[in-house]
Ligand binder design. Structure first.
Ligand code: GLN
Length: 502
């Protein structure tokens, strides 16, 4: 049962060839078997999942199937990143600060997917407060990559990625502030999409850097991403940054309908008419040679599908990491000031006064990387350094955005590597934060400019998956999904399974 994609499960549930209870039970057993090796979950909600599955089965019987009711997700199991608030089930953000936190409400993403009849199996491990690129910053311990368990699964949505790659669930939610969906997708051989900033509501999604944070999906195929992303998307009155723009039908877009470029998915050149930009800056020194080779081959495959490949330039690419690592910590230091030991979360024992309560609760509650970010953020925002660091970073952010705007005058999307290397060994970068930050070399620019971006598997280097990143213009998620889906018709990288987790 764990081998089915979301789409396949949906069809089987519709025909009543399997029940939601059966598949939920099977997946819960699988989680139990593999958790000692992977540690991809923070909370497994056995009872809640079986209860939700029972309801889904009753609804399927009543409706006579899922398809007729237009509810393709009815009875489909999934896993939420532990950054999304779930009423009645712990939401820890992988922090000791929130180790005992039960939200009184559901995040909009959780609520909307629940309303579709999905079955939440539990909450995935992650880097604490989504800060990290390896999932080694979790209060609940590191996560193994199913492809090689002594390698990292990427971060911060590392638990979501390892869980889907190991067959715990066909899909999982994630969030991406600087690459946290795309980088783990690349490391674990998955398809992951970060939509346009504002496409998915951030209500109930614990804030890291509010101008960059965006929810999205990790799945085994672009097709499955399309199924889950649709119901998650759309304006939400409870998030003023969510955008009031019609949401495309991502599923029908897989066949080319409703795109702003004209394509013919029935022929042998389904990408005819799609202009794909390739930037020399993405193939610079930092990129591993074997990764570069796989990505270049994938770009050739896109060309063989009819896409025209256009050379473009992103001249400010080298400024992305410095700009991101000033802006993200600045926003983090502000957002995380709410964890004060007073209203919720961890509180120190016997405080002598209010200052002691704040100081010790925060000292005990936050891990090292979170503290480092708060310190950096407070520093770049402080009176004497604001202009030199924060303001400069904001100006740089504009230059980075302008580069994309210029590029999108001549191309529909940009293709390149998702990550500089494949999954690295656990422990190999923990002592050097800068080398860890450099993992985000190709991903942070989409967040800085708010653009939608996706990573899909495009080959292997030394047995580890390689990710191809596609970035498109605002609100063109449909085009990313279409191109990725067409690529997955002629490339089987996304169908490979890690040994021991087939
Ligand atoms: N690795 C990046 C960071 O640590 C991105 C994290 C994310 O996207 N949440 O900030």
């Amino acid at each position: 049962m764990h081998q089915h994609t979301l789409k396949e499960l949906s069809v089987l549930l519709d025909k009543k060839e399997i029940s939601s209870t059966e598949v939920t039970q099977a997946l819960l057993e699988r989680i139990e078997t593999h958790e000692p090796t992977l540690n991809a979950m923070i909370t497994v909600d056995n009872d809640g999942a079986l209860e939700a599955a029972k309801h889904a089965d009753a609804a399927i019987n009543e409706l006579g199937g899922t398809a007729s009711a237009g509810k393709p997700l009815l009875g489909v199991p999934l896993i939420h990143k532990d950054i999304f608030c779930t009423e009645g089930v712990l939401t820890t953000c992988a922090s000791h600060m929130l180790h005992n936190f039960k939200s009184p409400y559901d995040a909009t993403v959780v609520e909307r997917l629940r309303a579709q009849g999905t079955v939440m199996l539990g909450k995935a491990n992650m880097d604490e407060f989504a800060m990290g690129s390896s999932n080694e910053n979790s209060h609940f311990g590191a996560v193994g990559n199913p492809w090689q368990t002594d390698r990292v699964p990427g971060g911060s949505s590392g638990g979501s990625a390892a869980a889907v790659a190991a067959g715990y669930a066909p899909v999982a939610t994630g969030t991406d502030t600087g690459g946290s969906i795309r980088q783990p997708a690349a490391f674990c051989g998955l398809s992951g999409i970060k939509p346009t900033y504002g496409r998915v509501s951030r209500y109930g999604m614990i804030a890291f850097a509010s101008s960059l944070d965006q929810g999205g999906v990790l799945a085994r195929s672009a097709e499955d991403c399309a199924y889950l992303l649709g119901p998650m998307s759309g304006v939400d009155p409870r998030d003023s940054t969510s955008v009031d723009q019609p949401v495309d039908d991502f599923v029908t877009a897989l066949d080319g309908s409703g795109l702003s470029v004209t394509v013919d998915s029935s022929g042998d050149a389904p990408l005819n008419g799609v202009r794909i930009g390739v930037a020399a800056e993405y193939f610079s020194d930092g990129l591993d040679k074997a990764v570069a080779t796989e990505v270049r081959q994938a770009i050739s495959k896109l060309e063989s599908l009819g896409a025209s490949i256009v050379e473009i330039s992103l001249p400010n690419q080298h400024l992305c990491i410095p700009a991101y690592y000033a802006i993200a910590p600045a926003e983090c230091s502000s957002n995380l000031s709410r964890f004060d030991g007073v209203r919720y979360g961890h509180r120190c024992e016997s405080p002598v006064d209010l200052e002691d309560l704040y100081k010790r609760s925060r000292d005990e509650g936050f891990g090292r990387e979170v503290k480092r970010r708060i310190l950096i953020g407070t520093y770049v925002l402080s009176a004497g350094y604001y202009d030199a660091y924060y303001l400069k970073a904001q100006k740089t952010r504009r230059l980075i955005s302008d580069d994309f705007a210029e590029a999108f005058k001549s191309v529909d999307m940009i293709a390149g590597p998702a990550t500089p290397t494949t999954a690295f060994a656990r422990g190999s970068k923990t002592a050097d934060p800068v080398s860890m930050y450099l993992n985000d070399l190709y991903t942070v620019s989409a967040n800085l400019s708010g653009l939608p971006a996706m990573s899909i598997p495009c080959g292997f280097a030394d047995g580890l998956p390689v990710g191809l990143q596609l970035v498109s213009n605002y609100f063109k998620e449909s085009e990313l999904l279409y191109v990725s889906h067409q690529f997955q018709q002629i490339d089987d990288s996304h169908q490979q399974r890690p040994r021991g987790f087939e």
